[in-house]
Design a protein around this ligand. Structure first.
Ligand SMILES: Cc1cc2nc3c(=O)[nH]c(=O)nc-3n(C[C@H](O)[C@H](O)[C@H](O)COP(=O)(O)OP(=O)(O)OC[C@H]3O[C@@H](n4cnc5c(N)ncnc54)[C@H](O)[C@@H]3O)c2cc1C
Length: 403
């Protein structure tokens, strides 16, 4: 279905209506900006992701008032994380802090839909079945709007002071602007995952063995998402004999106990697979445009932090848009690498699979430190408020007119 677009001009157009785009839209719309979000995917559809939220993501959803909807959709509370390093098992309870004592792993049909509903309630116009297919620039190359194409093949031109690409790894907005990659890392992991009922596990479980990793993440509908990750070369060689065999082999190698639970539970409807993409950071903003979420920064999914990054950076971007000065948008761009550098690098070391059990434990200690530093930045955003921010908002025109 193609949703209508009601105006020919907005303050901000956002390409992509999932965790990065819908979050940015909700924050800007709550402060009075006229926001249009377009996405070719159907409203409430699923996407490739094992959807484990780390504390940073849960904190953002709580502050924005979106977490209650996710809880009430029956998303189970996750009260512990258990690490399995070979035969060594370490269970860490989730600490009560910032009004939170649980993690969550909502299906994307629940999370993205809750963010879209909140953005829509705040006044953002969300048009599914429509994609940004081109950009409009002025004679100095500044982006001043977008061409939006519908599944009905109709293309409309919509003007805006800012166009945001929240359109994922293969961002069309980034490609249309030839946005350069500023930082990249060499490693990637491939994942295969499926959903299983009644596994009888408490909390998140992460399992590590040389050359492979597995995870079990409780989600909606009484199901547990179980993923198996390997280097891309093994994935490419193994998938020729069928995903199911490769998946079962990796589960057995890494955790015989989990493999038995999975096989006792009966088969999933379908396994899903991701072949792996090495991490990158693209330039994040320029005249009349910005990128957020995977469009601007992708780190390997093995450290399960893409959604946390998207929700945090949505708020950094929204705050810089509302600041209204050109420098604020540039500061958003420059600050991103400073914020994520440590996390990005240690994720790549983990994604290399070039570690033994002592090394992977050390990497996890670094990861925990980096995650805490990012959460500390979020705490500085302030307490939860009924409208996105504690600070008094500028007017919409001042907010985007100065960039
Ligand atoms: C296998 C796998 C497992 C993962 N597991 C986890 C995990 O456990 N925890 C975690 O935090 N992260 C995980 N991630 C990462 C997480 O899924 C991403 O970081 C997150 O989806 C990024 O959100 P986003 O909104 O930036 O982009 P996306 O979720 O990719 O959404 C982009 C949207 O843009 C739309 N779009 C595309 N082109 C256009 C266009 N031209 N115009 C308008 N819209 C467009 C798309 O239809 C899409 O809906 C995983 C990723 C993978 C691949």
């Amino acid at each position: 279905m193609t949703d209508q677009i009601n105006e020919t001009r907005y303050d901000v157009i956002i390409a992509g209506a999932r965790c990065a785009g819908a979050s940015t839209a909700l924050l800007l719309a709550r402060e009075g900006l006229r926001v249009l979000v377009v996405d070719p995917a159907a409203r409430g559809s699923d996407t490739l992701s094992t959807h484990a939220l780390m504390r940073g993501a849960v904190l953002q959803l709580h502050r924005w008032g979106v977490l209650e909807g996710i809880r009430s959709a029956g998303t189970p509370e996750i009260r512990s994380t258990t690490f399995h390093y070979g035969d060594e098992v370490i269970t860490i309870p989730i600490k009560a802090r910032d009004g939170l004592d649980a993690l969550f792993a909502p299906r994307r049909t629940v999370l993205d839909a809750a963010l879209v509903a909140a953005a829509s309630a705040a006044g953002a116009e969300i048009a599914h079945g429509r994609a940004v297919s081109g950009l409009v620039t002025d004679d100095r190359g500044r982006v001043i709007g977008a061409r939006v194409s519908g599944s009905d093949r109709e293309t409309v031109t919509v003007k805006a002071d800012l166009v945001i690409g929240a359109d994922g790894i293969n961002s069309r907005v980034a490609r249309l602007l030839n946005v350069p990659v500023t930082h990249s890392v060499p490693h990637a992991t491939a994942s295969i995952y499926g959903y299983w009922k009644d596994l009888g596990l408490e909390g998140n479980h992460w399992y590590y063995e040389r050359g492979a990793a597995v995870g079990a993440i409780p989600t909606n509908g009484g199901e547990t998402c179980v993923f198996a990750s390997v280097p891309p070369a093994r994935f490419e060689a193994g998938r020729r004999n069928g995903l199911q065999d490769l998946y079962s082999d990796v589960l057995r190698e890494v955790s015989g106990g989990l493999a038995r639970r999975v096989s006792d539970s009966g088969g999933p409807g379908k396994l899903r697979a991701f072949a792996g993409v090495p991490g990158f950071l693209r330039q994040g903003a320029g005249p009349g445009w910005a990128l957020v979420g995977d469009a601007g920064y992708f780190r390997d999914p093995l450290t399960a932090h893409g959604i946390s990054d998207a929700l945090r950076e949505a708020e950094f971007l929204a705050r810089s848009v509302l600041d209204g000065r050109e420098e604020a948008l540039l500061a958003y761009d420059e600050g991103r690498y400073e914020r994520v550098r440590g996390f990005f690098e240690v994720t790549d070391r983990i994604a290399s699979f070039d570690w033994d059990m002592d090394e992977i434990k050390d990497y996890h200690m670094i990861l925990a430190k980096e995650m805490n530093a990012l959460i500390e930045l979020q705490r500085r955003f302030g307490e939860r408020t009924t409208c996105g921010f504690a600070a008094a908002p500028p007017t919409a025109a001042a907010a985007v007119g100065g960039m």
